[in-house]
Design a protein around this ligand. Structure first.
Ligand code: ADP
Ligand code: MG
Length: 702
């Protein structure tokens, strides 16, 4: 139960001044919150921080105010010039002056009585707004502020700018924020006093107030004391939650599982290749974990094409040899099908009883699988993440492999596996994540890395070609497919609109069909999963030679004899995405090419990206470059600003705080694993404030 002292932070926004139920709905999109359908809470509003400030401190005088500048002017009101009756297109003008010159305050669709009240002739007023010069005459259209001399103190010389949304007035937002800040409870300090002193931080409440009331541009910079403090709080909450889950997982005894190697040997025998050195090393590390009586929590990191699936299968084999069951979870149905296709023949050879659950099975089939999992007659389940969460029971689940690709949701999944079964966890990720991000998303997980590519792989020839040479590229693809090659043709995201995406792929599908005379497949996000499967199967079998696709092929599709990847409008993709896409080819001993079709002129960042793609195939190098070019958020393939999963912390700026928070969290858990001390009680509040309730639930009441 959340301590009542936090209630003011968790009341619905509609209870705040100026926010009614309708506005609460508008705010949902802007503020988010844990429940996508529920109403945001006061805390969500409080964490909605200004992203910029308007500086109104310049008071140069009328004549010296530059065009376009935001200025504050002390003026005397001379006369009102009303528009002719009935002509609403001519503005209402109020002429004013100071020592340096005359200025017209300009109002369209004016409320005349209001203007007469606000700007009485002969009086002095402070006005603030943007200066516009037209034919040598200055004007200010709709000043942002107009106050009397006595009220000058109310004019915000530094004004916070918030991300806004249609239907929300600035004043309404400010009022609600003010109300939420007024209701802020006094909370005990959860940070170590030496850390607070070292950074000259204030309390959490004071930092929140300061963040909403910047007094200088420096106050909205990530390193300002207020923002740094809040970012640290957020990072500590995240790291503490991960550390607590891990400690819990360690405490709840796992089982030592040792296989006899029988199943694994059969699979290895059936594989048409031998394992790479790093696959063997990773398996040895995993085997050692499985053999321990503690639970495994390991991240298997490997570039696209490095062969993670087979490591997952062989780990599952060991678990099954030891008499338990295993599950491999993937983020999409497409991937589940693909894993199942890869695994099924090998499972059959080894005598592993395999089942698949994607949510599309007929009820009767599903019931059969569910029963088989419960009575242990199924050894290995391949399924989607979602299904796994929806209460499927196993007789004895020994190992869960989570194929994350590059989506992150590990907090929830750790919570899931922390439910108390003695289940080992292996998380696989294809994105070569820099160290700080591993820490951020996974905490102190053990990490195995697949650093080599399977033997016999040839480098992929990568070329950047302007779209004006499309015809040549089509011809090259045509000639290659006549020789038996298979090609992917990826069309870009058109401004995040799925409808337009589909139009783009359908158009390309039509031109290629015309040019090649058939044998073309098509997959996109709007097709049913079943149709997509059919198209994929045709491409796998070679019935279609070219697969035109949106980025659905990005997530881990494996058709090893495809050797051509055409990426249209490559300039619109991020580096990480280009790298993932290119990784779909170069999966055999045949030479592969990646053609990056771009539309010029290219900006400097796009130029850099295409250059890096031509120069490197190393996922780690590319990830680092990506981080350099575009900031941490983009490495993960998302387009959020800042760091996904965080509201305040931004790892581009707060990486040092991240490391400190990790160390702090570790220390806390070492000393007070149940958060039973006085500081521990305060830290429980911190976890609630940042929505890490899952972690608190693992603690004994206290
Ligand atoms: P990813 O790590 O991207 O998930 P996959 O597991 O899909 O990679 O493997 C990519 C391809 O490489 C698959 O076709 C797989 O069969 C093949 N593969 C995996 N390990 C080896 C190996 N040691 N030697 C040759 N090919 C391998
Ligand atoms: Mg994969």
């Amino acid at each position: 139960m959340r301590p009542p002292v936090l209630n003011p932070l968790f009341r619905p926004v509609s209870s705040l001044a100026g926010i009614g139920p309708k506005l609460a709905v508008t705010l949902r999109k802007l503020l988010g919150g844990p429940d996508p359908d529920g109403e945001p809470r006061a805390i969500d509003l409080l964490f909605h921080l200004p992203v910029a400030v308007i500086d109104r401190s310049r008071q140069p005088g009328i004549a010296l105010s530059p065009e376009g500048a935001i200025v504050t002017l002390k003026v005397r009101i001379d006369r009102h010039q009303k528009p002719p009756r009935g002509n609403r297109r001519i503005p209402y003008r109020v002429f004013v002056h100071d020592d340096t010159g005359e200025l017209a305050l300009t109002f369209f669709h004016a409320n005349e009585p209001w203007l007469e009240r606000m700007l009485p002739i002969g009086e002095t007023r402070y006005v603030s707004g943007r200066m516009e010069w037209f034919n040598g005459r200055p004007s200010m259209v709709h000043p942002d502020h107009m106050v009397s001399e006595a009220d000058f103190g109310d004019l915000p010389l530094i004004e916070p700018v918030y991300p806004m949304t249609a239907g929300l007035a600035r004043k309404t937002l400010l009022k609600a924020v003010g109300d939420a800040l007024d209701g802020l409870p006094d909370l005990p300090e959860w940070l170590d006093s030496s850390v607070v002193a070292e950074h000259h931080w204030t309390t959490f409440g004071a930092a929140l107030r300061a963040a909403h009331h910047p007094t200088a541009v420096a106050d909205i910079e990530p390193h300002s004391p207020a923002l740094a403090r809040l970012a640290y709080d957020e990072l500590l909450a995240s790291q503490l939650a991960l550390a607590l889950m891990r400690a819990h997982q360690r405490r709840s005894a796992g089982k030592a599982r040792k296989g006899d190697g029988g199943l694994r040997a059969k699979i290895l025998d059936a594989l048409p290749f031998t394992l790479t050195g790093s696959q063997q090393t990773a398996l040895a590390e995993i085997d050692a974990d499985l053999a321990q009586p503690e639970r495994m929590l390991r991240l298997l990191q490997g570039d696209v094409g490095s062969g993670k699936t087979v490591v997952a299968l062989l780990s599952a084999a060991t678990t099954i040899e030891a008499g338990a069951q295993a599950a491999i979870m993937a983020p999409t149905e497409l991937l589940v099908r693909q894993h199942a296709r890869t695994i099924a023949p090998l499972a059959e050879v080894a005598g592993i009883r395999l089942a698949v659950l994607t949510g599309r099975e007929r009820a009767r089939d599903r019931a059969e699988v569910v029963a088989g999992l419960a009575d242990g007659s199924i050894d290995l389940l391949v399924g989607t993440h979602a299904l796994f969460q929806s209460g499927v029971e196993f007789r004895d689940l020994g190992l869960v492999v989570v194929d994350e690709q590059h989506r992150f949701g590990v907090h929830q999944r750790l919570a899931l596996t922390a439910k108390g079964e003695a289940t080992d966890v292996l998380v696989m990720t294809a994105t070569p994540i820099p160290r700080t991000l591993v820490l951020t998303y996974y905490g102190d997980m053990d990490v195995s890395r697949l650093t080599e590519k399977p033997a016999g792989r040839r480098p992929i020839e990568t070329r950047a070609i302007p779209l004006t040479r499309l015809d040549e590229v089509v011809e090259r693809v045509r000639a290659a497919t006549v020789d038996g090659a298979k090609a992917y043709w990826v069309c870009p995201l058109v401004e995040e609109s799925e409808v337009l995406d589909v139009a783009a792929v359908e158009e390309r599908y039509a031109t290629l069909t015309a040019a090649l005379g058939g044998g073309i497949g098509l997959v996109h996000g709007r097709m049913s999963a079943a149709d997509r499967d059919v198209e994929m199967a045709k491409f796998v079998s070679g019935e279609s030679k070219v697969l035109v696709a949106t980025t659905v092929v990005e997530v881990g599709v494996d058709v090893s004899d495809a050797t051509i990847m055409v990426i249209e409008h490559a300039e619109r993709f991020g580096l990480a995405q280009l790298h993932q896409l290119r990784g779909r080819v170069g999966r055999s001993d045949r030479p592969s090419v990646c053609l990056l079709l771009y539309k010029g002129p290219l900006g400097p960042v796009a130029t850099d990206r295409l250059r890096i793609m031509r120069e490197s195939e190393d996922g780690f190098v590319i990830a680092e470059e990506d981080l350099r070019l575009r900031g941490g958020g983009e490495v993960l393939g998302t387009r959020q600003s800042g760091t996904p999963g965080f509201r305040i912390a931004d790892l581009d700026h707060h990486a040092d705080l991240m490391e400190a928070a990790r160390d702090d969290a570790r220390l806390i858990v070492d000393q007070d694993a149940n958060l039973g001390s006085e500081r521990g009680a305060a830290l429980r509040l911190l976890l609630y404030v940042f929505g890490r309730d899952d972690a608190v639930r693992l603690l004994r009441a206290g």
